[in-house]
Design a protein around this ligand. Structure first.
Ligand SMILES: C[S@@+](CC[C@H](N)C(=O)[O-])C[C@H]1O[C@@H](n2cnc3c(N)ncnc32)[C@H](O)[C@@H]1O
Length: 280
């Protein structure tokens, strides 16, 4: 297919994406749509992007594939070290104390988990802390839910086998050898760490009501793709989905400063968390 992406086609295609997933593609990122969709249009033997658009409107499978192509799934292990330090020293010890004094379980949601590095980093962090405290009996009482819009990334997340490039990003050599086994297909995460993590497809634009209540929600490096109105709606839904006094963890360089939300900002030594305060 030789045709270029015309402005009116770009507008219709980006509108389709924004309506379904909240992802906003700005006009100066038109090249991104063109580059990511050209192969798809060619493979389906369309003559131009309008034909592709018509197909996306009527075919759910192709539409899902299109959304997959348009998402940015960049992720790594223990992304933003300072947040993990705060988790280890401030948040997780509080959860452990509660489990020891009667709480049945702690539930955590990694809300745009991509290929799984984020929820698995969390599971490793919890496991190491419990081990250091001699409290591994509490391990099965932690539950982590990982969700994402893209079925493709969730397949990798569930399989938990990583190639040589992605395994190295953020993972220390000692953790690599402690928790992964090298196989022909790649580095496979051990079953024990996988045990407390469950994955499900979920679009953040949908209602959170059936997901339940969480002690900690990780929503990291995804709000940047949304409009301000969508961010506000989402932050309100996260707030409603947290148990009282519980936490929202965002990306190391993200902030909700300037957005009117009910969250209290908790500034720790090196990282900022947001809390559903009982005062609100
Ligand atoms: C850049 S990755 C971030 C992954 C991980 N949270 C991290 O910080 O490393 C963003 C993820 O958000 C997902 N995403 C984008 N829009 C979404 C939506 N509406 N619902 C659920 N997931 C979405 C994408 O599929 C992608 O995997």
């Amino acid at each position: 297919m030789k045709a270029s992406l015309e402005n009116h086609e770009f507008e219709k295609i980006s509108e389709l994406l924004a309506t379904d997933s909240g992802i906003i593609i700005k006009p100066d990122q038109k090249y991104l749509v063109e580059t990511r969709l050209r192969g798809f249009a060619k493979q389906r033997e369309f003559n131009n992007f309008s034909e592709l658009y018509q197909r996306l409107v009527v075919n759910r499978e192709d539409f899902k594939y299109f959304v997959d192509l348009m998402t940015t799934n960049e992720t790594l292990w223990f992304r933003d070290q300072s947040c993990w330090e705060t988790l280890k020293h401030r948040i997780l010890p509080e959860f452990i104390r509660e489990l020891e004094t009667g709480r049945q379980s702690i539930t955590i949601w990694s809300a745009a988990c991509s290929t799984g590095q984020e929820p698995y980093s969390l599971a490793i962090q919890i496991y190491e802390l419990l081990k250091a405290k001699g409290k591994t009996a509490l391990w099965p009482r932690f539950r982590i839910l990982g969700t994402d819009l893209s079925d493709t990334v969730l397949q990798t997340a569930k399989g938990a086998i990583y190639d040589a490039f992605s395994i190295k990003r953020g993972l220390s050599s000692s953790r690599l050898h402690a928790y992964f086994e090298e196989r022909e297909e790649g580095w496979a995460l051990n079953e024990q760490i996988k045990e407390i993590v469950e994955f499900r497809p979920f679009n953040l634009m949908h209602s959170f009501l059936l997901l339940g209540r969480f002690d900690l929600i990780l929503c990291r490096n995804v709000l940047i793709y949304f409009s301000e109105a969508t961010k506000l709606r989402l932050l309100d839904k996260f707030y409603q989905s947290l148990a009282p006094n519980r936490y929202l963890m965002m990306g190391g360089t993200e902030s909700i400063m300037g957005l009117k939300t009910k969250f209290e900002t908790l500034a720790f030594d090196k990282a900022v968390f947001y809390q559903k305060s009982l005062k609100n």
